[in-house]
Design a protein around this ligand. Structure first.
Ligand SMILES: C[S@@+](CC[C@H](N)C(=O)[O-])C[C@H]1O[C@@H](n2cnc3c(N)ncnc32)[C@H](O)[C@@H]1O
Length: 239
C-alpha cells in the first residue's frame, strides 16, 4: 500500500510544500547521502546532452540551481532555471548572486505550464525533477512546445538497476538506511517519499515511449552507474 500520492494536484501541492520544507538541508543531504555521486551524475548528464556555446537553456525543476551552475563552468550559454518551490528558487538565486553570475536567472513556475514562448529554447534539462511531476504527458508536451526545432530534451532520473545484486543493495540502502539517516537532518517523510517515488516511476522504455508520443522524433537511453541513474535524451525534429 503506497504511503504517498503519485499523480494529480494532491501530489503537486505535497511536492511543493515538501521541497520548501527540506530546502535548507537539500544540498548537504544530496551530497552526503549519495557520497558525492550526485555531482558526478549531473556532470555526466551535462556531457551527454552536448550543449553548444551560445545555446539558450531552460533547466526545469532546477532546485537550488546546481545543473545550471555546472553547465556554466563549461559553456557560454544563457540559462533560465524554473522550479515549483519558492524556497528552492530563493536558494538558487542566492547562490547565483554569491557566484556573481548574470547569465543565469531563476524563476518560480510549473513544468506543466511553462511561462515561455513556443520554439524558444535550444536545450531543456531536468535533473531528478521529472519523477516529481504530477502529469508526465502534460510536462512533456510543454517541453516539446518550448524547444526550438532541432532542440534537445535531457532528463536525468533514478532508475531500477539492471543487476539483481545491485538492485537488492540499492533497495536496502534507499528504503531502509537513507530515510533513517535523513530523518536526523530533515523532514522525515521526504526521504520515505523519495524511494517510493522511484518505485512508482515508469520503466526506461515507458519514459522513452512517452517522449516519442509527445512529438520528439527520437529518444536515447544512457544508463549511469549500474543503471541507478539514467539519462534520457529527446530530439525535436529540425523542421
Ligand atoms: C529532487 S529536486 C531536483 C533539483 C535539481 N534539479 C537537482 O538536480 O538537484 C526536484 C525539484 O523538482 C521541483 N518540481 C517538482 N515538481 C515540479 C513542477 N511541476 N514544476 C517545476 N518544478 C517542480 C521541486 O520543487 C524540486 O526542487
Amino acid at each position: 500500500m503506497p504511503e504517498f500520492t503519485h499523480t494529480g494536484d494532491e501530489k503537486k501541492e505535497f511536492v511543493r510544500k515538501m521541497f520548501d520544507d527540506i530546502s535548507p538541508s537539500y544540498d548537504f543531504l544530496n551530497h552526503f547521502l549519495s557520497l558525492g555521486i550526485d555531482i558526478y551524475w549531473r556532470k555526466k548528464f551535462i556531457k551527454k546532452i552536448e550543449i553548444q556555446d551560445g545555446n539558450t537553456i531552460l533547466d526545469v525543476a532546477c532546485g537550488t540551481g546546481d545543473v545550471g551552475f555546472q553547465i556554466l563552468t563549461k559553456h557560454s550559454v544563457s540559462i533560465t532555471g524554473i522550479d515549483l518551490s519558492p524556497k528552492m528558487v530563493e536558494l538558487a538565486q542566492g547562490k547565483a548572486r554569491g557566484k556573481k553570475l548574470d547569465n543565469i536567472t531563476f524563476i518560480e513556475g510549473d513544468a506543466e505550464n511553462l511561462p515561455l514562448d513556443d520554439n524558444s529554447v535550444d536545450c531543456l534539462t531536468i535533473s531528478y525533477g521529472f519523477r516529481n511531476i504530477s502529469n508526465y504527458e502534460t510536462a512533456l508536451s510543454e517541453f516539446y512546445r518550448v524547444l526550438k526545432p532541432g532542440g534537445k530534451l535531457g532528463i536525468l532520473e533514478f532508475s531500477k538497476p539492471k543487476s539483481k545484486i545491485i538492485d537488492i543493495i540499492f533497495h536496502l540502502y534507499f528504503h531502509h538506511i537513507l530515510p533513517r539517516i535523513a530523518s536526523f537532518f530533515s523532514r522525515s517523510d521526504a526521504y520515505r517519499y523519495l524511494p517510493e517515488s522511484v518505485d512508482f516511476f515508469p520503466s526506461r522504455h515507458d519514459i522513452c515511449r512517452k517522449i516519442i508520443y509527445s512529438g520528439f522524433k527520437r529518444a536515447e537511453i544512457h544508463d549511469l552507474t549500474f543503471g541507478i541513474s539514467t539519462v534520457f535524451i529527446g530530439f525535436k525534429d529540425e523542421k
